[in-house]
Design a protein around this ligand. Structure first.
Ligand code: GLN
Length: 446
């Protein structure tokens, strides 16, 4: 998304926010006092792009328990810990067509999917199942912290205790699954349920959940620290389930009308993922009868009426009055490769300085930024990359490094850049040898 699109997009979000402020339908969840007593007027919208831009409006810093939004991460961790085959043996991938806490199971007696209560309890049973309770809880919290930042994750003990004390239905679901022999061997269902309640009681704000959405939009890698949390296959598998089953028994209508993978929670959050663009979260606690935030659903309806964000909008050309689909944002790596190829020195500097990036990471041909800049003969960029610790000996798929290219091309300019760098680093012996050499491409770079 370029600067202009981003600004326009943010303005449109603010406009939709203003138009929804007066919407007052719905009721806050009332099954526990902690949810019944929240300020029902809270309203925040946050957007996080995969190129690490953030915009928010309203109560974006208010912390709330993430409730069912937690089910998405629990499932991704179950997949990461157990692999897809084992996970699929315990949890289905079908919409249930019933309420999130209904007593319904598929033909093999498995939960229909991981985003309803039975499925989320099963996911919890699969996460670090060999470890003690404290380790398991910390494992999930640490993962959240890696994704959204360590100061942005909390825990609401009141919510946890209330969940635990009003959990007959969840206990019943777990007992049915135990009776049906669906849990992994040696599962302790009481501990599993407690773990599940704890995960629902984790707190976060709107911005954090939008950042989580951005990580998924980015294929499982965080957008600020560039840390790979999940394999892209896991991100894809999770997004599939969110697309078909993320919005309780409104999921079919949601995918049809809105067309984005999303998850809602009974505390009033809905976060949606726009692949290759970013994450969006709305927080507003008043819910419709199905359990989705009224303003949240309405926001996404208005946004997708204005923008071509529905994942199948790309099929419709010409006749659509919606704003053009935002240009798919390139990943940070792709942007860097682009800068090196097209001599965008200032932009490259800005990207590298504002992100933690492995400058020596190669593309599918193991070509690093430095290889590209050398090939294109963009010397200012070569010099900059070398000073940013780009490795001049790193080889691409064909065994070429900057050093080898320099020799092959007999490039004096590349030689001088390297020389200046080595002198700066005080690598006196090598620098001395370079100086001694009469060749435009000194032989001493072995
Ligand atoms: N903790 C809630 C439950 O288990 C989660 C509900 C929700 O967000 N849908 O019932």
């Amino acid at each position: 998304m370029d600067e202009f699109q981003w600004e326009e997009f943010c303005n449109d979000i603010d406009e939709i926010y203003a138009s929804l402020k007066e919407v007052n339908e719905g009721d806050v969840a009332s099954y526990i006092p902690q949810l019944a007593n929240v300020d029902e007027n809270m309203f925040g919208i946050s957007v996080y792009s995969i190129d690490n831009r953030h915009h928010g409006i309203g109560n974006i810093n208010h912390n709330f328990c993430i409730q069912s939004c937690s089910k998405t991460l629990t499932y991704a961790l179950a997949l990461r810990d157990n692999g897809v085959e084992k996970t699929n043996r315990h949890i289905g991938r079908e919409p249930s067509g019933a309420r999130f806490n209904a007593f319904v199971f598929d033909d093999e007696n498995k939960p229909f999917n991981p985003l309803i209560n039975s499925g989320a309890i099963m996911s919890a049973a699969l996460v670090k199942s060999q470890s003690s309770d404290d380790i398991r809880f910390e494992y999930v919290v640490d993962t959240w912290k890696k994704i959204v930042g360590k100061n942005n994750v909390g825990f609401d003990n009141g919510v946890y205790l209330s969940e635990k004390n009003t959990a007959n239905r969840n206990h019943a679901l777990a007992h049915i699954m135990m009776e049906n022999n669906i849990f992994p061997p040696r599962t302790d269902i009481n501990k599993t349920l407690e773990f599940y309640f704890q995960l629902c009681s984790i707190t976060m704000n709107c911005t954090a959940l939008s950042k989580y959405g951005a990580m998924l939009a980015n294929g499982g890698t965080t957008v600020d620290t560039n840390e790979k949390i999940f394999d892209p296959v896991i991100a894809r598998d999770l997004l599939c389930i969110m697309y078909s089953s993320g919005m309780y028994d409104y999921s079919g209508r949601w995918s049809y009308d809105i067309g984005l993978p999303a998850k809602s929670g009974v505390s009033g959050a809905i976060f949606a993922v726009v692949p290759h663009i970013g994450g969006i979260c709305v927080y507003s606690p008043k819910l419709d009868e199905i359990g989705n935030s009224v303003r949240g659903v309405e926001f996404f309806r208005k946004l997708t009426q204005k923008y071509r964000l529905h994942i199948f909008d790309t099929l419709i050309t010409g006749l659509n009055e919606k704003k053009t689909l935002l240009k798919l944002t390139d990943s940070i790596e792709t942007q860097i490769y682009d800068c090196c190829k097209n001599n965008k020195y200032d932009l490259l500097k800005k990207i590298i300085e504002s992100n933690h990036i492995d400058i020596n990471k190669g593309d599918y041909d193991k070509r690093c930024p430095l290889h590209i800049a050398v090939d294109e003969n963009h010397l200012k960029i070569v010099d900059y990359l070398i000073n940013q610790k780009a490795c001049y000996k790193k080889q691409d798929r064909w065994g070429n490094s900057m050093y080898k290219k320099m020799r092959k091309k007999k490039s004096k300019q590349l030689g001088l850049i390297l020389l200046a760098h080595l002198r700066k680093k005080n690598v006196l012996k090598i620098a001395f040898n370079i100086l001694k050499s009469n060749s435009s491409c000194p032989e001493i770079y072995h």
